[in-house]
Design a protein around this ligand. Structure first.
Ligand SMILES: Cc1cc2nc3c(=O)[nH]c(=O)nc-3n(C[C@H](O)[C@H](O)[C@H](O)COP(=O)(O)O)c2cc1C
Length: 386
């Protein structure tokens, strides 16, 4: 039986033929190479975060104070990393987190399509951002039969929000992820120091300029007056959502509704009471609010509050052992953000796929060594605060 850990065997085997991996297998080297390769404005937008970046760094460091105890004399020669989510059996617990600038992270400016191809290559579902360089229908086409999700930044204009959701349904996405923490952009010094905000430069707005409702709100087509389209985008982006909006959000779709950005147990309970199908525990990788608690430290409380409702998690995942720790703390599935973006920047679809394969290989081998053949075993073992 093939295992994700076999990627390690393939790397060593290629080494015997004099072939080294074209991209590093560890995050630190990957990040160093990506930030050297990316244009400074994209580099700062992707690598940077809110304030002095305490929270985004703490997201990563906090994984070090969680640990697992290995169990011996268990047959782990066969491992199963599959998860059940929304009636689907996904072969792995990984998700590609929504990242709004992947479109500009590849030289051809079609990073969204490259991410979709990486998703197909690895069977790791892509959560496609509202902010993309290719319309959501084209991204869905590149995903083919691989399940994907659509992430909604809820516009102020309700008809536009409804149009985006209905387009995502028609395109075949398997769920709608509504991001709650970004009606306004957090204070990001790296971008402010260079006065750079990609959307205001007309980038990653393909889902808006292709939308019939958005186009109808413009005096002239965006192809003729790009500045007006950017102005309208700025005016309509970012509805302030309150709990009073949840019935409306719920009414927009029969697809699973996933609320992203929930970190407080009370918010998790309220979201589930209001009809959410899953909670997405995330602090946006520390890009939106600084000074917060590391996301992984908030996960156990959210999991306890969520009960049987699935909890997705991201923010700070840098390795396969991070993935396993998040699952041990109760996450149903785990989102990867910056790491796959760096792979994409360095090697396009193959680069992003390499990063995901490395995470899966490390996770799989950790399960093999730790005596945990299934994710149920990982969850039963749990993780201890060191
Ligand atoms: C450059 C960048 C752009 C992002 N864009 C979006 C987005 O469009 N929608 C969204 O919900 N989250 C967005 N996120 C947040 C990610 O979905 C995820 O929560 C975050 O990357 C996790 O942190 P990590 O990458 O440090 O692990 C973005 C993150 C980055 C780094």
């Amino acid at each position: 039986m093939a295992h994700h850990g076999d990627y390690q065997t393939a790397i060593y085997g290629a080494g015997l033929r004099g072939i080294l991996p074209s991209l590093p297998v560890d995050f630190a080297t990957l990040e160093a190479r990506a930030v050297a390769a990316l244009p400074p404005s994209v580099r700062d937008y992707v690598q940077g975060g809110c304030g002095d970046e305490f929270t985004q760094n703490h997201n990563v460091e906090a994984f070090h104070h969680w640990g697992m105890i290995p169990r011996m004399m268990v047959d782990t020669s066969t491992r199963d990393l599959s998860v059940e989510l929304f009636g689907m059996t996904l072969p792995t617990p990984l998700l590609m987190s929504p990242v709004g600038v992947i479109g500009i992270c590849t030289q051809d400016q079609h990073g969204d399509l490259a991410a979709a191809r990486a998703s197909v290559a690895t069977n790791v579902p892509l959560i496609a951002s509202t902010l993309s360089n290719d319309p959501l229908e084209t991204v869905a086409g590149a995903l083919a039969d691989t399940p994907g999700f659509f992430q909604l930044y809820t516009p102020k204009n309700r008809a536009l929000a409804e149009s985006l959701v209905h387009r995502a349904e028609a395109a075949g996405y398997k769920g709608i992820v509504v991001t709650l923490d970004t009606w306004v952009t957090g204070w990001r010094p790296r971008d402010l120091n260079t006065a750079n905000f990609p959307q205001l430069r007309g980038q990653v707005l393909a889902n808006y300029v292709s939308d019939p409702i958005f186009r109808a709100m413009l005096p002239r087509p965006p192809e003729e007056d790009g500045a007006a389209a950017v102005g309208l985008w700025a005016a309509t982006f970012g509805k302030v959502l309150t709990w009073d909006d949840l019935p409306w959000l719920r009414s927009l779709t029969k697809l699973p509704l996933i609320l992203k950005g929930i970190c407080h147990p009370d918010d998790a309970r309220r979201a589930i009471d209001g009809g959410a199908d899953a909670i997405y525990c995330s602090n946006h990788g520390g890009r939106q609010a600084n000074g917060g608690i590391a996301a992984i430290d908030m996960l156990p409380g959210v999991v306890a509050a969520a009960g049987k409702t699935p909890v997705l998690f991201d923010s700070g995942i840098r390795s396969g052992s991070d993935v396993i720790k998040a699952l041990a703390l109760g996450a149903t599935a785990v989102g990867v953000g910056r790491p796959y973006v760096y792979g994409l920047a360095l090697g396009g679809a193959d680069g992003a796929a390499h990063v995901l394969k490395c995470l899966l290989a490390e996770a799989d081998l950790l399960m093999a060594v730790n005596g945990m053949p299934t994710l149920a075993d990982v969850r039963a073992a749990g993780a201890m605060r060191i």
